[in-house]
Design a protein around this ligand. Structure first.
Ligand SMILES: *Cc1c(COP(=O)(O)O)cnc(C)c1O
Length: 393
């Protein structure tokens, strides 16, 4: 079966009592057992069926099954947010005295998780230029627990070569972990491109209409001890497992992912090309543009479509604020890949709590606007962008 068919036709593990066509939402917290010895087998992990919804829930298991079916992963674990999945992943591989080799170009809260929270437990963040393979080779040593990257960095839109990074990781027998939130896992083969684990904020493309928070760890099974740590320690002890309502929304989101993604990526490319023609726009960041410095590599790894996130630069922060304030159709909001288009000034919002110097080191700029392109007609979006750039107040 092709991806779009699989996204809809992954069977349920058990038939519902009433043969419901869509997976029921199992709000039940606990599950009853016929006898004590079977109950003991379940609690000791000999039999995998739900006993308590903090660690297994039938609706969440079905979302995990569908993602496993779509990615060819060995295991998939669903969490209550992208950050819950990322923190569980990095805690599962790290420990005091270990270091994580990654980039300064990271999602705001992931950057703070690595440089602040994990640092308090003696985990060192070695932030290098992941596009410079020699720099990565020099940074990795016997205490490195993983190489971590983002598929397209947000908002710098940088793309690193996962195949080359995967070779370094394999040489040291450590996992290569990628946050692939910006390009859905249905669009590329993570396993073939050197990844051992993908972490995803399913809040974004999977949920689609901004309906629910969620996160996924997609595990190709190359590091059985880490897999065990995620399924047992992380899910059980950190308590960040996904809830059934969110899983239900995300199962529905998954069914329309491919059509939404294609439409948003197509419109985003048109918007990126349109922005290039405007005199007020100083630079455009979109890996689907031939002029993007990582365009060729992006195409090799992730294919012909480049997602729905477009960034652009104006001459100064005041012009950015002016643009955002005058939008009539595009919403002033955070989030990505909602059905409606969104605009944000990352410097003063997502990264607003950091000092200016730290932001500059992360190659953030006060002149950048980030757009998340929705499902509207492209002409309407272009018109809104144009009128907003031309408005003065
Ligand atoms: C949004 C986002 C996250 C965090 O996900 P939440 O679901 O908001 O916790 C992590 N990484 C990237 C790239 C994101 O865009």
């Amino acid at each position: 079966m092709k991806q779009s068919t699989k996204a809809i036709h992954t069977p349920y593990e058990r038939r519902d009592a009433w043969d419901a066509l869509q997976i029921p939402v199992y709000n039940s917290l606990a599950y009853e057992f016929d006898d004590a010895s079977y109950m003991s087998d379940v609690f000791s992990g000999k039999v995998i069926v739900p006993d308590y919804s903090r660690v297994l829930n039938p609706t969440v298991m079905h979302l995990e099954d569908r993602v496993r079916n779509l990615t060819g992963a060995k295991e998939v674990s669903a969490f209550s947010s992208g950050m819950a999945a990322i923190s569980a992943m990095l805690i599962a591989v790290s420990g005091t005295g270990k270091n994580i080799v990654s980039s300064k170009h990271m999602f705001g809260n992931t950057y703070l998780l690595v440089t602040r929270t994990l640092a308090r437990f003696g985990v060192e963040a070695r932030l290098v230029d992941l596009c410079n393979i020699d720099e990565v080779k020099n940074a990795v040593d016997e205490n490195t627990c993983c190489i971590f990257l983002e598929s397209v960095t947000n908002p710098q839109t940088e793309v690193a070569d996962t195949r080359a990074l995967g070779e370094i990781a394999r040489k040291w027998n450590i996992p290569l972990i990628a946050d692939t939130t910006i390009v859905p896992f249905t669009e590329f083969d993570g396993k073939k491109n050197g990844l051992d684990f993908q972490v995803v904020s399913s809040t974004k493309y999977i949920s689609g209409g901004a309906t629910s928070l969620g996160g996924l760890i997609i595990d190709y099974g190359n590091f059985p001890k880490v897999s065990e740590c995620i399924k047992k320690e992380m899910v059980f002890n950190l308590g960040g497992y996904m809830g059934p309502q969110a899983a239900y929304m995300q199962v529905i989101g998954l069914e329309t992912l491919e059509v939404r993604y294609r439409r948003q990526a197509e419109t985003a490319k048109k918007i990126a090309e349109f922005l290039m023609t405007l005199p007020e726009v100083k630079a455009v960041g979109y890996p689907g543009l031939e002029s993007h410095p990582n365009h060729k590599l992006f195409k090799e790894l992730y294919g012909d479509t480049a997602g729905g996130m477009v960034t652009f630069d104006l001459s100064d922060q005041e012009s950015c604020y002016n643009f955002i304030n005058n939008l009539k159709l595009i919403h002033r909001a955070t989030n990505l890949f909602d059905n409606r288009s969104l605009a944000i000034h990352p410097w003063s919002t997502i990264f607003g709590t950091l000092e200016d110097d730290e932001k500059r080191e992360m190659d953030l700029k006060p002149t950048t606007i980030r757009l998340s392109i929705g499902l509207e007609d492209p002409e309407d979006l272009m018109e809104d962008i144009k009128q907003s750039l031309e408005s003065r107040d």
